[in-house]
Design a protein around this ligand. Sequence first.
Ligand code: KG4
Ligand code: ZN
Length: 344
Amino acid sequence: MTTPAPILLAIESSCDDTSVAVLQGFRVLANVVHSQVLHERFGGVVPELASRAHVEALMPTVAAALQRANLGYADLQGIAVTQGPGLLGSLLVGHSFAKSLSVSLGIPFVNVHHMEAHMLAHFLLEPGVQDRPMPDFPYLCLTVSGGHTQLVVVRAWNVFDVLGETQDDAVGEAYDKAAKLLSLAYPGGPIIDRWAQQGQPRFDFAQPMMPGLQFSYSGLKTSILRRMQKEVQTNPHTLETDLPDWCASIQHALIAPLVDGLIQAFKQTGIRRIALAGGVSANSWLRSEVQRCADTLEWDLYLPPLSYTTDNAAMVGAAGYFAWQAQQFGALSDTAQAKFLIHG
Ligand code: KG4
Ligand code: ZN
């Protein structure tokens, strides 16, 4: 008789989302995300406010997740927690809480790398879903978020080869900065994505040439700004009246290098199992472009369910369950790490 998979509490607090999930193995029993809207008026995350908000939100979010899963503390067999990378103050809140809970309940905890968790979200089984195609190792993953833009070969749950990455800004950051230029709210990625669907990409921007599988987004941001300034001289209200076209143009310019990079990485490695991960993988244009490539290049494509693209604790639970199975438990001397290298 096989023993049932353990019930784990998963905690994510690396940036501005306080999230807690309850999982049995890879099956999500509850996934609660408390997003800190207080940063909106600052146009970006304020680290000091984020850590304070995690302190306030963590206990109610744990209670909500347990209630939704219809379980109590006594049912938990372990804890998975994000150790890094991220904002140190934010990470410390979740990580210290997880260690304390582990001591008080007498159950082990496992440390999770936030970006690895994004890439392992493909193994999650959402509530109500019996089965879902999951990638075999190795698979090629385009990881795109507010802090990362990477092409990674996921060789095993704990072996990641980074083939290429951004040399400056992350693509999500570029979305958020472009949104600010258009006076849109934070985070701007989903807002640009929505407006773009009603527009035409008719404004061109200079794309930086990058060697190999590297990306660069800071130059593109400057060229978007210059193009806007030029257009405003002849058409002062263009940013309001042509908003959908600006958004479509920005969307195309930001996504094109990602799709090109993915095709190049596929040709270089010959790996046909292709996955997207991270907040920007919710993007409608990226998803449709990658689907188009999958149809023509015969890729096996793995797109994460939308609720597991942006930061969430369920993905931390998926990575944590792999670590649990390998018995790689955390020690009380472990601490949160703002800079945290992916396992090579
Ligand atoms: O993974 P995530 O939630 O947090 C980080 O680890 O950074 O990613 C957040 C980023 C933000 O920059 C946000 O603007 C972007 O993901 N994002 C999107 C979309 N949804 C979220 N960018 C483009 N299109 C979207 N639909
Ligand atoms: Zn993230």
